[in-house]
Design a protein around this ligand. Structure first.
Ligand code: TRP
Length: 455
């Protein structure tokens, strides 16, 4: 089947695809509000530690599996398990991944859609000369407009599925990748602006000076889940991209580069947003609206803010687009194999995710008081649940199993090849997965789980 013969044309193509998957709402929207709710530095430092200790070795594991078997995640795991005479129940990793991706994409599309509307708002000058309170109100009024939220969600899903339908490697290489460096440039401009504000030093202090009194199992689990989310790790989506990786490309180099860039983007955004927060006396813990009630304040104040803001939301749209394509790929590739048509698979998956996503869009208005799991997760809307549990629990469980699978089931020879035939490096990788990542994941998962459901 043609779509199974996909491959990135160059090393650069693969790195850009991987960066595209990693950099998205996780860095720009989710990181600041999670850090805000987790007390700043405690969350940030844990997140950094998890990226290094869990993220790097598990990214190597997940992408490595894909590169070894070169198939859909489900088939890759099945093939490797068979070859090693291991149980076919390892396929659970792929099924869990599909469910996780379905949930994540459903709310991701809703929030990504907001940047469409916000693009319109900055272009029309809606934030010019507005006070911080007024900018906050604009967000409040916006999220009440459920028809608009649904329209944005719908457009975003169509954009995503439009690219996925033609095969990600072709589609993504067509998507203008030089736009990402432009996004980084705008983020740097925002940080430069932030450095001129009164809140800058408070923000730096709040973000980087360790305050361990804010530490808890909940924050630890959140930081771990977020490390997975932002690296696109734990749901076989990286495995799917690994399958299209050029044979001769060095995986460790690619992974190191992408993880570094991913963290850098989050830090830049964090510095910009919290400087604005502290300059304007806002609360760091204002939840999912944080980015949308802070950055527009700056766009309304500085010279050329409208142009800067318009460019920002347009580039944010591109960043989220390349991430959502990654979220959709395993579902579509797996279904395409069953249905023997990539187009049908795309329509099928797209409609399912879109329909479920409606519940997230309505969580801000019509369903704002609907708490479906009130008995265990009090006062959490559908959006709250879908945007936290799959990342915190499903991604981390998926990552745990992926690591164990790579170490115990994938043959040493295959894994060694993926790690540049470097015995030393293989040894370090195996040690990190077995003696650092696995125990750490089990402890944090256990304590965090207890904390979420039994406190
Ligand atoms: N990493 C992306 C972001 O930060 C989201 C994402 C893309 C993702 N692909 C994924 C999350 C796969 C989990 C699994 O916005």
């Amino acid at each position: 089947m043609e779509q199974e013969n996909q491959k990135w044309k160059s090393s650069r193509g693969f790195i850009l695809a991987l960066t595209g998957a990693a950099v998205g709402l996780g860095n720009i929207w989710r990181f600041p509000y999670m850090a805000g709710e987790g007390g700043g530095s405690a969350f940030l430092l844990l997140y950094l530690a998890f990226v290094i200790l869990l993220g790097l070795p598990l990214m190597l594991s997940e992408i490595g599996i894909g590169k070894v078997a070169r198939n859909t995640p489900l088939a890759s795991i099945g093939l490797i398990a068979k070859k090693s005479n291991a149980s076919s129940s390892w396929k659970f990793i792929a099924y869990l991944g599909l469910v996780t991706l379905f949930f994540i994409l459903s709310f991701y599309s809703v929030v990504a859609g907001w940047s469409l509307a916000y693009f319109g708002k900055v272009v029309s000058g809606e934030f010019l000369g507005k006070s911080p309170e007024q900018v906050g109100q604009i967000f409040g009024v916006f999220t009440q407009d459920w028809k608009l939220l649904l329209a944005c969600h719908t457009i975003f899903m169509i954009l995503t599925m439009g690219v996925v339908a033609s095969g990600v490697t072709k589609g993504l290489e067509r998507l203008n990748n030089f736009l990402m460096p432009l996004l980084y440039l705008i983020l740097i401009l925002l940080v430069v602006y932030a450095a001129t504000t009164d809140g800058f030093s408070t923000a730096m202090n709040w973000l980087f000076y360790p305050k361990w009194e804010n530490l808890s199992w909940k924050v630890t689990l959140d930081a771990m889940g977020h490390a997975f989310f932002t690296l696109a790790l734990g749901a076989t989506a990286l495995m799917a991209y690994g399958a299209y990786m050029p044979e001769r490309q060095s995986l460790p180099k690619a992974v190191g580069f992408v993880a570094f860039l991913d963290v850098l983007v989050a830090l830049l955004v964090g510095i910009a947003i919290f400087s604005i927060v502290f300059t304007n006396g806002l609360s760091p813990s204002s939840g999912p609206g944080l980015m949308f009630v802070t950055l527009p304040i700056a766009f309304g104040k500085v010279d050329g803010g409208s142009i800067l803001g318009a460019a920002f939301f347009l580039l944010l749209l591109f960043a989220t687009w390349t991430s959502s394509i990654n979220l959709a790929e395993p579902m579509v590739a797996t279904l395409a194999k069953k249905l023997k048509s990539r187009l049908k698979a795309t329509i099928f998956a797209g409609l399912g995710v879109w329909a479920f996503g409606i519940l997230s869009a309505l969580s801000f208005n019509l369903l704002a008081k609907f708490y479906p799991l009130d008995f265990v997760l009090p006062e959490k809307t559908i959006f709250d649940i879908v945007s936290s549990i799959p990342s915190d629990l499903f991604l981390t469980i998926g990552g745990l199993l992926t690591g164990i699978f790579a170490v115990r089931v994938v043959s040493k020879n295959d894994m060694l090849k993926v790690l540049n035939n470097n015995e030393r490096f293989y040894g370090v990788w195996k040690f990190l997965v077995t003696f650092v990542a696995t125990p750490l994941l089990i402890v944090v998962l256990f304590m965090g789980f207890k904390n979420i459901f039994f406190s």
